[in-house]
Structure formats: structure tokens, C-alpha cells
Design a binder for this molecule. Structure first.
Ligand SMILES: *Cc1c(COP(=O)(O)O)cnc(C)c1O
Ligand SMILES: [Zn+2]
Length: 368
């Protein structure tokens, strides 16, 4: 089990607390995985991501048992013929980030770590703080000054130390990294630590199982830093490798028009994402002007034959109201996903005949 550099292939042991390669490259994570037996998991009495233990970096009897809060196993809601919404707001901290946070914090616990550093504009910080509290690990969480009060209260309630940082989201990241560099503490970053993606990949396993061993034609996925998108792509690769699917579903990614650096790189045919200026968007959860894993995200979308689109502020508000009138109350950021689906149907009319899944990433009470 080790970290491995995406650029140069250098390997680092987990207890090195590395979050980046000496060469500057980002780290991925490798370990011996077993093949999931989906006929087994279908009958499992475990109603959480941990039913997929064979594809997770832990043993059946392991630290995760004392850290899980029952995350995962979220419902797939039928929106219309062929279209499903996966209700990730059923999670213990009300967003899909719990999938990644529980795996990352369980690994920190296994490594004997007592204190971690993280930075987030909201939901990831909340999830890390909750699982940190559960695991008895102290969390120092860096957040942008502009973070909504509700999210701050949630983080604070879990006993984390909050550091409010003025300026852009990138300034918050720099402040966290500077603490990590000074102290060599474990950086529980949902962006840099690839163990987080081992948790988010379970999103796809669940859909696969809920659709009776079939993949939808496309996954609509919001993208800021790409933690759900890259997790999904890892799951696709694993299912392909194990010959459990013969073709990857398309990743149809969604950004907010007001902050869309990955969309820009995609349409320009580039392999790297250049930072842009965030023009301000209601979809704060995907407002990432300088996504660190941009190259990996572009590669994932292109490999699946997918696409990226931007959605407008008005369409996000409209989609949030529309969902609420269907009984589904989501965080504003999450409405971008439904808006994205509607835009994709306009762009590709044939999509109406295809099976599509989009996520309801966060609960409505999280935003105003
Ligand atoms: C984190 C988050 C996203 C986007 O995830 P990325 O990992 O930044 O791509 C979307 N919606 C909600 C509600 C989130 O919390
Ligand atoms: Zn390297």
C-alpha cells in the first residue's frame, strides 16, 4: 500500500505523510484490490459503503468498524423514464463527502495519527471534522472567510479548530499547506490525498448494484476539484479491469458558467487546466478557479467519450425550485446537476432515450 506520483512514478509509504511528490506531481494511491462479488454485496446486511470492503484498503475486521456512521447506501430516486437522481444528502453530514472522509480518516486512524489538517469551502471540512471527532483525531480546518455560517457551525460543533482565511479559496489552501509543511502533520485533503477517492468511488458501485448490474449510459457529475468525478472514474477502471463491464459509461460533467476552468480547457482541447478568475456563483461547492487535478479530470472525461458543459446562475435557481416542487430540497450547488442534465438533453436530444444518473450532492438546509 503506497502513494505513487502521477507524473514520475516515485512511490512513498503512507507514514511519510507526503501529500505531493518531490517532483511537484500529485499522488495517486495503489494497493492490492480484490474483485467485488456483486451477488454477495446484494445480500449483504451491511448498508453502507463498507459492503464493498474487497475494493477498499482495509480488512473485514478493521478500524473502520469503529469509525463508520453508516455512510453510503443512498437511494436512487426515479425522476422520469430513464432518469435517476442519487440522493447523496442522506449522508451522516448531509453530503457525498462522507464517502471519502470516512475512508481517509479511517486510514489516518490505522496509521496512528492523532491530528490532521484540512481545508475546504464547506462540505469536505464538515465531513472530515465529523469523522475526526468520531475517530478521536484532532482536526485543524482551514476555510475561506466567506464560508456560510451554517457550515462553520457544523464544523465547530464537531470540535475542530477553525482557521478563517481572507481572500480566495486558493489562499485558504496555501494557509493549510503552510501548516502541513511546518509541522509534517497528516494532510487530510480531499483534493491532494488520493485515499479520499477510494471512498467516493463507491458511488458508482452502488448505482451499478441498484440498476441490477447494469451501468447507466451516462453519469452527470458536477466538478469543482473532481473528487466525485475521479472517484467514479476509478470505479469504472476497476469494473473494466475485472470484466464486470465491457464499456465505460460517459462522464457528462457540469461546471458553473461563472467559474469554469475545466470547461475552458476542455473546449480548447488542452490537457492542462489554467487557473481562471472566479466571477462569483451561487454554486459555491463547485466554484474552484484552480483545480489541482485538472489534467486527471480532463483525461477521465475524454477517455469515457464524455463532455463538459457550463450552467447559468438563472438555470441553477430554476432547477432548485423545480426539484423542490418534486419534493426534493437540495443545496444550491446540487441544483447545478439537474440544470446540467436539462442542458445536456438540449445539446444531445438522443439522451432522452438513455439511462442517466445525476447526484443530489448536498442537503437543502445547508444553503440559504
Ligand atoms: C464537493 C461538492 C461538489 C463538487 O465536488 P468536487 O470534488 O469539488 O468536484 C458538488 N456539490 C456539492 C454539494 C459538494 O459538496
Ligand atoms: Zn513525481
Amino acid at each position: 500500500m503506497n502513494y505513487i506520483c502521477f507524473d514520475c512514478g516515485t512511490k512513498y509509504p503512507l507514514d511519510s505523510n507526503k501529500w505531493k511528490c518531490e517532483c511537484g506531481g500529485l499522488l495517486n494511491f495503489e494497493y492490492q484490490k480484490k474483485v467485488i462479488d456483486f451477488s454477495d454485496t446484494l445480500r449483504s446486511s451491511i448498508h453502507s459503503i463498507w459492503k464493498y470492503i474487497d475494493a477498499l484498503p482495509f480488512e473485514k475486521e478493521d478500524v473502520w468498524q469503529n469509525i463508520t456512521l453508516g455512510e453510503g447506501g443512498t437511494p436512487l430516486i426515479k425522476i422520469s423514464e430513464n432518469v435517476y437522481a442519487k440522493a447523496e444528502y442522506y449522508m451522516p453530514t448531509l453530503s457525498f463527502k462522507d464517502r471519502g472522509a470516512v475512508v481517509l480518516i479511517a486510514m489516518a486512524k490505522k496509521l496512528g495519527i492523532k491530528k490532521v489538517v484540512a481545508d475546504s469551502s464547506g462540505n469536505a471540512g464538515t465531513a472530515i471534522a465529523a469523522y475526526g471527532a468520531r475517530a478521536g483525531i484532532q482536526c485543524d480546518i482551514f476555510v475561506p472567510e466567506s464560508t456560510s455560517d451554517k457550515k462553520l457551525k457544523q464544523i465547530e460543533a464537531h470540535g475542530a479548530v477553525i482557521h478563517k482565511i481572507p481572500g480566495y479559496r486558493e489562499d485558504t489552501a496555501s494557509a493549510a499547506i503552510s501548516m502541513v509543511e511546518k509541522t509534517n502533520l497528516f494532510y487530510a485533503s480531499h483534493i491532494f490525498n488520493p485515499i479520499f477517492l477510494e471512498g467516493t468511488k463507491t458511488y458508482v458501485y452502488e448505482v451499478f448494484e441498484q440498476l441490477n448490474g447494469n451501468m447507466p449510459d451516462a453519469f452527470i457529475i458536477p466538478v469543482g476539484n473532481g473528487t466525485l468525478l475521479l472517484g467514479a472514474y476509478i470505479a469504472f477502471q476497476e469494473l473494466m479491469e475485472n470484466k464486470q463491464i465491457t464499456k465505460m459509461p460517459k462522464i457528462l460533467a457540469v461546471q458553473s458558467e461563472a467559474c469554469a476552468p475545466i470547461l475552458k480547457a476542455f473546449v480548447e482541447g488542452k490537457n492542462n487546466v489554467e487557473p481562471i478568475k472566479n466571477n462569483g456563483t451561487l454554486a459555491e461547492g463547485i466554484a474552484i478557479a484552480a483545480p489541482s487535478r485538472g489534467t486527471e479530470i480532463l483525461n477521465a472525461v475524454r477517455t469515457t467519450g464524455g463532455d463538459i458543459i457550463g450552467v447559468s446562475e438563472e438555470s441553477i435557481i430554476q432547477a432548485r425550485n423545480d426539484l423542490a416542487l418534486k419534493g426534493i430540497y437540495v443545496e444550491i450547488t446540487s441544483a447545478a446537476n439537474y440544470s446540467g442534465y436539462l442542458s445536456y438533453v438540449k445539446k444531445y436530444p438522443e439522451l432522452i432515450e438513455k439511462q442517466v444518473v445525476f447526484p443530489l450532492c448536498g442537503a437543502g438546509i445547508k444553503s440559504n
